[in-house]
Design a protein around this ligand. Sequence first.
Ligand code: TXE
Length: 480
Amino acid sequence: MEKILNYINGQLVEPTSGKYLENVNPAIGSVYGSLPDSDSGDVQKAVQSAQAAYPLWSTMPLSKRASVLLAIADLIDRDADLLALAESVDQGKPLKLARTVDIPRASANMRFYATASMHMSSESHVMEGEAINYTTRTPIGVAGCISPWNLPLYLFTWKIAPALAAGCTVVAKPSELTPMTAFLFSKLCIEAGLPAGVLNIVHGLGNKVGQAIVAHPNVSAISFTGGTVTGKTIAATAAPMFKKLSLELGGKNPNIIFADCDFEQAVTTSINSSFSNQGEICLCGSRILVERSLYEKFVNEFVNRTKELIVGDPLEENTRLGALVSELHMNKVLSYIELAKQEGGQILCGGKRITVSGRCAKGYFVAPTVIVGLDQYCRTNQEEIFGPVVTIMPFDSEDEVIGYANSNAYGLSATIWTENLKRAHRVAHQIKSGIIWINCWLLRDLRTPFGGMKQSGVGREGGWEALTFFTESKNVCVKL
Ligand code: TXE
């Protein structure tokens, strides 16, 4: 049994209550460890230690701060195999995916922000003959970072790296469903010599630990990734306290396929954008919209390739889809498949739980599912399912598909497949989403703004946006 501890003031510590929650391996459907069931008392200790560490960390020379963060990145690389295995066991995702995507991205996040902070500059504005204004940017104080379960270490580091690089000290909470790699990360922080209190990790439930971080008067900014409903609760708590908020929420992203696309690339990438990480990525293209003249050909090819995807033991090399993160989440996904049937959808493949033989017989596996015949405005096409489920619908014109793409409360990302670049730009500009991919998907440059419109969130992560989020600007006007 693996026992996870909190990381507070540089030490690995038990929760004050002495209580623990069960940590489940979703691929085998059983408990394999425990994590602290922390409460507001633990958060209070974490905030106090973050406050105590703030003067040292926020004034440390940039290059010194960067060198500690770079040392952590190096340790992630050193332990990449161990971390990938831990991520796969904790989350259910294929080990291969954790090894090639999650863990390399975690060290890349640390490196990107460690070095970015050394290149940050601020502005000055000259009022001819009258005055000079200069703007300073100082770290905002103690930051709260709350991350989800789908890409655990990847998204945990995506938040804490800019916060720490900007000079903030941090109280962080990983998801209670996937706490393991954040725990291993805390050990790496100790080994790298991160000063005590600079990063504090409090494990536990969202409505206890997460809520206590958001409501704490001495936490000045909250960076959150998770569900839209949780985002609303966080905003309701933080807004009257005038906290700075970055909310990265759900998506129901359109994947638009015009008849003149590169068919092979469009199909291959659409399989990835539909089912990578079991569809548990906010950027997955869960609504596939295909121009009518290509519709039948696309559906046939897409369904044939979906049927070939191997669902199974995440530790096996050729597994493409592992287990869903929890029994509760699996049941939510299955309930949406039932809803789709009630709404008149036709299931072309998948549509049910899968029993994998051997050690994973009790795991939470769902077959990749393709549904057609649904109206654009039904709940299945409007709500985030966050699992290996996609719908395919035909369209007749550019205007029509833009309308469909925008017919949703979410606005995170969209993908467009066409060889007509004029059209690609035209459509991209009319889609109300924060991220548009043309003839590709999930191609990420960490310098670009990342985030969504409408119910997909508030603010942007990535590049300078995340670094400046964790700072406060001040203008100084000097009369000449
Ligand atoms: O996420 P939650 P859930 C979507 C997806 C999924 C749905 C619900 O559709 O089915 O959200 O998932 C912490 N104050 N996404 O309920 O609850 C929680 O402990 C402060 C999209 O599992 O949003 C965890 O650390 N924090 C998504 C984090 O919030 C609270 C990724 C996210 O959990 C809290 C995950 C509270 N009151 C789910 N309640 C994406 N955008 O990538 C919970 N938390």
